[in-house]
Ligand binder design. Structure first.
Ligand SMILES: *Cc1c(COP(=O)(O)O)cnc(C)c1O
Length: 351
């Protein structure tokens, strides 16, 4: 080993789902199967490329303003970043600076552990119960901060706001971050609790419900104080995180509430129908409130099924990690994509 090696920050990176090039049925990274709002296309087609000469607005004001209108909060309560991964990473850096461990569930978004390791933040992972439910009492202990997704990934389970509030109320001395990447497919957002709790930060994304994973837009909503701390950290890191194109398209996506709601409705309907089809094939799954289904089959090994599906050009997500080694995470695609998957499964299972 070379001497310089010992001073290099070494990390085990997050492994994103595959992005296959050929034509496959892609149900492995929870993207939305429908295009973004039509206004996004118009904005791109009519964009003044001359504007790209200049740096974008470092405060992303137009998008912040549109989001603040949508959520009926003050613009000083909104922070935007390059996808919620960027926002969350900035949150870890800004808010999790205690000697005490931060808390997040043992089965959750695997990026949390990567950021904790990257920033040298101590962490502990309370176990979800045997039904993959959050055990709220596990979050009463002393800690340096709390983060969990609601609905959780990859379990797809949504915790009622009363459970979320209980955890926030028991942690008034630290920052509690609720990662709501999938909340639009589920139920009420923790944003409802913002007036009551100044230690709460809610993070959302354009990648799932708004069909814009490729655009990279995420945001946090919280008290003006927390948002200021986030902006201070961001401006100490990179002032121009949001590019001009994303800023313009983001505004258009938020403006079209009718399209947004119709898009959600289609996915929720397909999800409910797909649950029925999976059940007919003997799958077991959690009560998904997200745009994916977390499923296992008593008679088929998850890894073998995953490989067979991939061979057939149907990509789903499989981890093989502890407690979830027999589970597949299947993104809800279009009705047609799901039909193709079920046709394959019926053939594979000879049903
Ligand atoms: C998809 C996802 C994210 C990241 O989304 P981006 O905005 O695309 O970075 C964050 N948290 C959870 C739980 C997710 O599933």
């Amino acid at each position: 080993m070379r001497e310089f090696e010992k001073n290099i920050r070494k990390v085990e990176p997050y492994v994103p789902g595959e992005q296959p090039g050929e034509k496959v049925i892609k149900l492995n990274t929870n993207e939305n199967p429908y295009p973004p709002a039509p206004g996004v296309r118009t904005a791109l087609e009519t964009m003044d490329t001359e504007r790209l000469r200049l740096y974008p607005d470092p405060s992303a004001e137009a998008l912040v303003r549109e989001l603040s209108r949508f959520y009926k909060v003050d613009p000083s309560q909104v922070f935007v970043g390059v996808g919620s991964d960027d926002v969350l990473s900035m949150c870890f850096l800004t808010f999790f600076n205690s000697e005490k461990p931060i808390l997040f569930p043992d089965i959750t978004y695997s990026f949390y552990k990567v950021w904790a390791e990257l920033y040298r933040i101590p962490y502990e992972c309370p176990k979800l119960d045997e039904n993959f439910r959050l055990v709220k009492e596990d979050y009463y202990r002393e800690n340096g901060g709390v983060i969990f997704p609601n609905p959780n990934a990859p379990t797809a389970l949504y915790e009622e706001l009363s459970t979320v509030e209980d955890i926030i109320a028991h942690n008034r001395d630290v920052i509690v971050i609720i990662d709501e990447a999938y909340v639009d497919f589920a139920g009420p957002s923790a944003m409802e609790l913002l007036d009551k709790y100044d230690n709460l930060l809610v993070v959302q994304t354009f990648s799932k419900a708004r069909s814009m994973a490729g655009m990279r837009i995420g945001y946090a909503v919280g008290s003006p104080t927390l948002i200021k701390y986030l902006n201070d950290a961001k401006f100490s890191f990179n002032s121009y995180t949001m590019n001009q194109t994303s800023l313009i398209c983001g505004v258009e996506a938020v403006k079209d509430q009718a399209y947004f709601e119709a898009n959600l409705r289609k996915i929720i309907d397909t999800r409910q129908w797909a649950k029925g089809e999976l059940q007919k094939l003997g799958f077991q799954f959690t009560d998904s409130k997200a745009n994916f289904i977390f499923a296992t089959h008593p008679d088929y090994d998850a890894r073998e099924l995953f490989e067979a599906m991939k061979e057939a050009g149907i990509y789903v997500r499989f981890w093989g990690s502890r407690r979830i080694e027999q589970y597949l995470r299947i993104t809800v695609g279009t009705r047609e994509e799901m039909e193709t998957m079920f046709a394959f499964l019926r053939k594979y299972m000879k049903k």
